[in-house]
Design a protein around this ligand. Structure first.
Ligand SMILES: [Mg+2]
Length: 405
């Protein structure tokens, strides 16, 4: 029996959460921002229509669009609303994969009989149930593989029903007007590479011969092809929700301008954050470095990584560069921290077709080995090699950088 997979994706999740808690915000332009000095991390469709972009700094957005409402993110509330939705989904099917705070894959195979509806009607039923019980608008894609369900749900967002069923007959024809970059796991760089093979649409992609795909894009290229052809290849994995971001920061015991000390402290935070990332079974695509000065000025700089990673040496390389851009020798600093963002779960990483596999495996082994050593001998037993300069504290004692949990 072929599988039917639904991807349930909340619409403008953070904004919808704020509206659920405060219905006066309905139909008004609304942005959720990361902090009072942060940037836009979610937009309602009214705010999108105004031209506000994701990542716009708050001060810039307010200056250009003063009539929009800006709310500081309350992740605790969002998580509790997410849990209510996931609870409903787990009640529907035993096979649910929570993909992010606002998205889940659900195996709905056979539920049509139980609910006496066809698969499209089943999608509408789930959508209405979540709206009635939680007050959250969702878009749903249903098809025979996770890759097709993801495509259907992305496209459902712009339809009136906000539910798309890609059945057996429909899916191939559907792929003809799907740009290759729309496919789950095919990012910008892979799109460019596929353009080199003359591949622009998903329909052209699935026509590529197996041996050509395997030779150039490995087993993951083949997996994506067969998923797009409606085969259930990437299984649903029952799992707890991954965190949306990990932040690790702490104030220094005294103000300092010492660059090596800042680097040392940053490394300690990266170490701790990576450990939490690995525990959550995630890799991050984006990192940011935060520094606070003696007079409470906060500077933040972020960068996208070349490949998703949970390995601290990869992260520190980029983080140190970010720090070097922000550092000024005549400023006294009070704290430093690292922010890891834009996670993927490790089991979904198979879709990244570009990474140097040997290097990746080596990094993963080393990361796991460090975790094991620490479990056995205590934290900070392994230090990453660079200047481990010690600084005197207020009493004149020498102190090693502290590890923050
Ligand atoms: Mg969403």
């Amino acid at each position: 029996m072929s599988k039917y997979i639904a991807l349930i994706d909340c619409d403008s999740f953070f904004c919808s959460c704020e509206r659920k808690l405060n219905p006066e915000l309905n139909n008004k332009p609304l942005c959720v921002v990361s902090s009072e000095r942060g940037c836009v991390i979610a937009r309602s469709k009214e705010a999108k229509a105004m031209g506000i972009k994701m990542g716009d700094p708050l001060f810039k957005a307010v200056e250009e669009h003063p009539t929009c409402i800006y709310m500081v993110a309350n992740h605790f509330n969002y998580l509790s609303i997410s849990k209510q939705i996931m609870y409903i989904l787990k009640d529907l099917s035993p096979n649910v994969e929570i993909y992010s705070i606002d998205e889940a894959f659900v195996d709905v195979t056979g539920l049509v009989k139980l609910y006496n509806r066809n698969y499209f009607q089943l999608g509408k039923y789930i959508q209405n149930k979540i709206w009635n019980e939680v007050g959250m608008p969702v878009s749903i894609g249903i098809s025979r593989s996770k890759t097709l369900a993801k495509l259907a749900s992305d496209r459902a967002k712009t339809t009136k029903d906000r539910v798309i069923l890609l059945g057996k007959k429909k899916s191939y024809r559907y792929l003809q007007d799907v740009d290759i970059s729309e496919i789950w796991g095919i990012g910008g760089r892979l799109t460019i590479r596929l353009h080199g093979f003359g591949i622009r649409t998903a329909a052209q992609f699935v026509k590529m011969p197996d041996n050509l795909l395997k030779k150039n894009f490995g087993i993951n290229g083949l997996t994506t092809k067969y998923e797009l052809l409606g085969n259930y290849v990437i299984p649903i994995v029952n799992n707890p929700p991954p965190p949306k971001s990990i932040c690790d920061t702490q104030s220094f015991s005294e103000f300092t301008s010492d660059y090596d000390y800042l680097k040392n402290e940053l490394q300690v935070h990266i170490h701790s954050a990576c450990r939490r990332l690995r525990q959550a079974g995630c890799k991050c695509n984006k990192i940011g470095v935060i520094v606070k000065t003696k007079d409470f000025k906060c500077y933040f700089l972020d960068a996208e990584l070349e490949h998703p990673t949970d390995f601290e040496l990869d992260i520190s390389k980029v983080a140190f560069k970010l720090l070097s851009y922000m550092y000024a020798p005549d400023i006294l600093y009070r704290s430093i921290g690292i922010l890891l963002e834009d996670f993927i779960q490790v089991e979904n990483q198979q879709l990244n077709l570009f990474e140097d596999q040997t290097k990746k495996e080596k990094s993963e082994k080393l990361g796991r080995a460090i975790d094991k050593l620490e479990e056995r001998f205590g934290r900070n037993i392994v230090q990453v090699g660079f200047t481990n300069k010690e600084v005197p504290n207020k009493q004149g004692f020498m102190t090693a950088p502290k590890l923050v949990y």
